[in-house]
Design a binder for this molecule. Structure first.
Ligand code: HQG
Length: 176
């Protein structure tokens, strides 16, 4: 992620108040306030640069409201926001990439959200590999989403195609 992307993710998902900003109950922040906060801290950021970043971001992490007045992160929050996520029946199998050092604990406890609201799952192995590789050589875990859904687990999908659920019990996980 670029420096700007990291800063936006931090402000929109985790710590808006660190720069005197706020997000509403659904995670939206006023773009004017965001640009002013950048300017106050000597980071020149124009509306056009922000819009270009949002459009070009490889993972489509952020979305602008249709009038361009507000921005939010589409997933990944640690602060309490209601993203009005779409509940959807999942594909039969989903993937999770994680560094090798977490695998024993995950196979014991299952996947848990840690600091975020949800466990993040990928629809394809290549994406899961990239997610896991952020922290070291990745191991790919296969999630039996079909059985989980049949057991009543709810699945949601974010605007950028990340599959989310509350947890994955160990019996629905295996190493690829
Ligand atoms: C691990 C990025 C031990 C889990 C990515 C992960 C993704 C456990 C870490 C998004 C565990 C949490 C999310 C257990 C889970 N024992 N470790 N029982 N259960 N873990 O960052 O899925 O670039 O919160 O395997 O691309 O890595 O920010 O989750 O390694 O989409 O847009 O605990 O973040 O997107 O780490 O990544 P994270 P994640 P962005």
């Amino acid at each position: 992620m670029s420096q700007l992307g990291k800063r936006l993710a931090w402000l929109l998902r985790h710590e808006p108040e660190a720069w005197g900003l706020r997000v509403d109950a659904h995670g939206w922040m006023e773009v004017e306030a965001l640009l002013a906060a950048f300017a106050e801290r000597g980071h020149a950021l124009s509306r056009a640069e922000l819009e270009t970043h949002v459009a070009a971001d490889g993972k489509q992490r952020f979305i602008l409201s249709s009038d361009g007045a507000r921005i939010r992160a589409v997933q990944g929050h640690s602060i309490a926001v209601d993203l009005e996520l779409d509940e959807r029946p999942p594909p039969a199998q989903l993937f999770h990439g994680t560094p090798r050092r977490f695998v024993d604990s995950i196979l014991r406890e299952g996947l848990i959200p840690k600091a975020r609201h949800h466990v993040h799952l990928s629809a394809d192995e290549a994406t899961a590999r990239q997610v896991g590789a952020r922290r070291g050589p990745p191991v790919i875990l296969l999630v039996d989403a079909a059985t989980m859904a049949a057991d009543g687990h709810r699945f949601f999908v974010s605007a950028n195609g990340v599959w989310l659920c509350e947890r994955v019990p160990p019996e629905h996980l295996r190493v690829a």
